[in-house]
Design a protein. Structure first.
Length: 189
């Protein structure tokens, strides 16, 4: 796995050994960032369930002002920190080794995010818990977008009831990215 573009382009990233994480492939990451790249410059990016940190690091490499990485697994967070050093992007990052819900609570009132990316464990409904929390929080910036990476089987039809509009869904062979914004904001991504 590597950084696709930007200041850290071509830097190889370390991944977490074992099956505890599912690194996003370079091809899927490239597709995702081709969709959001024009809007990344100077944004604040939140990478939830960060794994190796590849998504947040790609955002930083492409011009995000700051990225916050949330990962509960200590081995995975060690990998995130090593990758931030390799890419020389640690000065614009904050790492939080804790569960996602605790991190969101701690970030409340401290930051607002232009992009919130999450790739939670499949089949555990973590995305629903996070989206429910975010619906009542100030963590999403006025033109903010939440991106959920999920299995193809994950049903997100309930998001309208939580106060989100689905801007776009990009389906891949094994998973999908769903782009959400709080209802009425209809920003492009």
């Amino acid at each position: 796995m590597r950084v696709i573009a930007g200041s850290a382009r071509r830097t190889q990233l370390k991944t977490v050994e074992g099956l505890s994480t599912r690194p996003t492939t370079d091809r899927i990451k490239e597709t995702l960032f081709n969709m959001i790249a024009p809007y990344l410059y100077d944004c604040v990016f939140l990478d939830l369930f960060a794994g190796s940190g590849a998504i947040g690091i790609e955002a930083l490499s492409r011009g995000a002002m700051e990225a916050v990485f949330v990962e509960q697994d200590r081995k995975a967070m060690s990998c995130v920190k090593e990758n931030l050093k390799r890419t020389h992007l640690e000065a614009r990052s904050l790492t939080m080794t804790m569960d996602v819900m605790t991190a969101l609570y701690k970030l409340e009132g401290e930051k607002q995010f232009d992009y919130i990316f999450m790739d939670p464990p499949y089949g555990k409904e973590w995305e629903k818990k996070v989206l429910a929390y975010l619906a009542g929080s100030d963590l999403i910036a006025d033109k903010g977008v939440v991106i959920v990476e999920a299995s193809l089987e994950t049903d997100l039809e309930y998001v309208g009831d939580l106060g989100y509009d689905i801007l776009k869904t990009k389906v891949y062979k094994t998973n999908k990215h769903v782009f959400l914004t709080p209802s009425g904001r209809k920003e492009i991504c």
